[in-house]
Ligand binder design. Sequence first.
Ligand code: NI
Length: 171
Amino acid sequence: MLAILTYPDERLKRVSEPVERFEDELRAFLTALEEAMDAGPGGVGIAAPQTGHTQRIVLVDCSKARKPVPNHGRLVLINPELTTWEGMEVGREGCLSVPNYTGNVIRAVRVTLQAQDAQGEAHTYHLEGFEARVVQHEIDHLDGILFLERLVSRRSDLFQRKNYLPSPSKG
Ligand code: NI
């Protein structure tokens, strides 16, 4: 099982490298990453650098969200890039790498996303709401950014978890 790095591990600040080879090694890693996401309570997303692998790989699955939300099911996002952003809203986020806190973060409401799949094929996705938020959170991990850095105010936007329950969902 892949171990999840937690704040303030310096490795979470590294910028990940693009994936260039779509071979068996990548598919084996995706399976391990999927297991790590599914093992985390309320894990709706995970980024490869959270496991110490600095590659631009993200998994998202908002079909597992605590409250039902519009979603595309399980997404394997390799070299993901946001190409459009629309609207802004505040929402509560958690993170497998910041297990004891949640925070209020401003994100775009609707985004267009381009990413490759496990075979290297390019796809375009139109995402909104919670799923768009999760993808923005996970792409931040690829650039070494945690939600903690997106808080407007640590004093009013950061909340200690009372217990380790899957609420709200984490990524
Ligand atoms: Ni996270």
